[in-house]
Design a protein. Structure first.
Length: 241
């Protein structure tokens, strides 16, 4: 069975941790990156050290044509994917009245439109392969409960949840599960400018999460043991939501 998994945004942070963990789980990993090739090559090294095979794939997740060309060419050469981990994302935080048009557009384009751009070209090959599969999107607790200063980000991540729930209905009979993982405050480059101490008061666990903890949850959802879990959003946020 083809055990290939496409992980978007895999050059750093949560995406790097997911790609590394799934490589250790025995999957072959396609490591997507936009501009950080050095980071992607480091992820590839980790995947290969875990005993799995991997390859790099470069595109801007906002560029629908470029995404489609890259994915369709790869599938034509190597075959359909078993899973897609839709992780690529950006944040442009600010109070709503201060958001610029570009702040809104970049966050929606990268976090929400990429759901369609990346997953849509993968679905029919997965269906035709008749081996089932997994589609997992990394949403956010901001998409579940909203967050001050993140109207754009919350809108995009909530949209990913809604899209995933609808797609799960369409693909359920094909034995393809569709779920979301919604991290809270995780120690990555995206959280370096956040006032951690203030937020810590809202987190019952009283600590920041780690990328490898998110990767472990994705690893479970990828396993055979999670075959009956679909159309769910699982928060991993230390009790914040």
């Amino acid at each position: 069975m083809n055990r290939t998994v496409l992980v978007t945004g895999a050059s750093k942070g949560i995406g790097k941790a997911i790609a590394s963990q799934l490589g250790a789980d025995g999957f072959d990993i396609i490591i997507h990156y936009h501009s950080d090739r050095d980071g992607a090559e480091d992820t590839l090294r980790r995947v290969e050290e875990a005993g799995a095979s991997g390859r790099l794939m470069q595109f801007d997740a906002c560029d629908r044509g470029a995404v489609r060309r890259a994915i369709e060419a790869d599938i034509e050469e190597f075959g359909a994917y078993y899973a897609v981990i839709n992780n690529a994302g950006v944040s442009r935080d600010n109070a709503f009245p201060s958001l610029s048009d570009d702040d809104w557009d970049q966050v929606i384009d990268t976090n929400l439109d990429s759901f369609y751009n990346v997953i849509q070209p993968c679905v029919m090959p997965m269906v035709r392969a008749r081996i089932g599969g997994r589609i997992i999107s990394i949403s956010s607790v901001s998409g579940v409960i909203g967050n001050r200063g993140q109207v754009n980000y919350s809108a995009a991540k909530a949209g990913v949840i809604g899209a995933s729930k609808a797609l799960a209905l369409e693909l359920g009979k094909r034995n393809i599960t569709v779920n979301c993982v919604a991290p809270g405050l995780i120690e990555t480059d995206m959280t370096t400018n956040i006032e951690i101490e203030q937020l810590m008061k809202l987190i019952p666990a009283r600590r920041v999460g780690r990328p490898d903890e998110v990767a472990s949850l994705v690893s479970y959802l990828m396993s055979d043991a999670a075959g009956y879990i679909t159309r769910q959003t699982i928060c991993i946020d230390g009790g914040l939501s």
